[in-house]
Write a protein that binds this ligand. Structure first.
Ligand SMILES: NC(=O)c1ccc[n+]([C@@H]2O[C@H](COP(=O)([O-])OP(=O)(O)OC[C@H]3O[C@@H](n4cnc5c(N)ncnc54)[C@H](OP(=O)(O)O)[C@@H]3O)[C@@H](O)[C@H]2O)c1
Length: 270
């Protein structure tokens, strides 16, 4: 249970802010949240906007927390982890959202037997609509996993996966918003080409994606069944689908996820 737990953040950037919003919306008290953030202006902003505690040293945020969310860029990950006093790490749960940083790397950098969970959220976290995948490290317990699910379900929707699948998650939902933005833009362009004003074309395109996604999630029907229901014989939709098949639409999407997954694997190795 998240209620009453003290939550500390190492790094108070965009993703940390999104998580704070989710926590507050989920009923976590402002006095249970402490962020460590090096930039004074950013600390002032976090305090003024959310009423949470913002400090300039990572050790204080660590000391104050039961759950420590690691939310710095991967490039400064080791500097941030080394700033955490090893003796203060025991008994705490570390949740990392740092892309490409393995639970093993975090376990090795912190105290022995430390409980670590790795999460790959995506950018719609900023509007509390993230798709997040959660993988446990070697010492994380079932209770830790439940806590992480509770936190990231406040930010959208979360599921658990094995850590080795996080590269595929990065290729699909991590990079996915960029594919969807491109799809919405293409729909909008096509609307404009066929005479619609740009603002209305983009509104209709974005709401079509949102509404269709909601149907998939709410009905739990197979996407093929949902598609068949809007595809009448000899109608407009089958004509449009034919054009998509001719352009190898599905193959293009699968290639995009494949390429992004491979790139995530490469970046992880380097
Ligand atoms: N954005 C996404 O959609 C997304 C999705 C999945 C995962 N992630 C992961 O989320 C993490 C955070 O991303 P973000 O977009 O929130 O980055 P961000 O806005 O740059 O936030 C990172 C914050 O940490 C601060 N910081 C730097 N060094 C620090 C240190 N040693 N100790 C404490 N704080 C420090 C930074 O301050 P300065 O400005 O002074 O550097 C900055 O305010 C990244 O690891 C990223 O891989 C992001």
């Amino acid at each position: 249970m998240l209620k009453g737990k003290k939550i500390g953040f190492i790094g108070g950037g965009n993703m940390a802010e999104a998580i704070v919003k989710g926590l507050l919306a989920g009923g976590v008290a402002t006095h249970d949240i402490t962020l460590a953030e090096p930039v004074a202006q950013r600390r002032d902003y976090l305090l003024a906007s959310y009423g949470v505690t913002a400090v300039d040293d990572n050790g204080s945020a660590l000391q104050a927390a039961d759950i420590v969310i690691l939310a710095v860029k991967p490039q400064v990950c080791m500097t941030a982890l080394r700033s955490l006093p090893g003796d203060a790490c025991s008994g705490k749960l570390f949740i990392s959202i740092m892309a490409g940083v393995t639970t093993q790397a975090i376990e090795n950098a912190l105290a022995k037997g430390v409980r670590v969970i790795r999460v790959m959220p995506n950018t719609p976290a900023l509007v509390l609509q993230a798709a997040s995948a959660i993988a446990p490290g070697t010492s994380a317990t079932a209770g830790d996993l439940s806590l992480a699910l509770e936190i990231f379900n406040l930010l959208g929707t979360a599921c658990t996966v094995e850590e080795k699948l996080l590269d595929a998650v990065t290729g699909l939902s991590g990079s996915g918003p960029a594919y969807v933005f491109t799809f919405i833009e293409a729909l909008s362009d096509a609307g404009v080409k066929n005479g619609l004003p740009r603002d209305k074309a983009t509104l209709l395109a974005a709401q079509t994606v949102l509404g269709s996604a909601k149907m998939v999630l709410d009905t739990a029907e197979h996407t093929g069944v949902l598609r068949d229901r809007v595809t009448s014989p000899g109608g407009t939709t089958i004509a449009g689908l034919h054009a998509l098949e001719q352009a190898a639409f599905r193959g293009a999407i699968m290639n995009a996820v494949d390429m992004a997954t491979k790139r995530s694997e490469e970046l992880g190795k380097s």
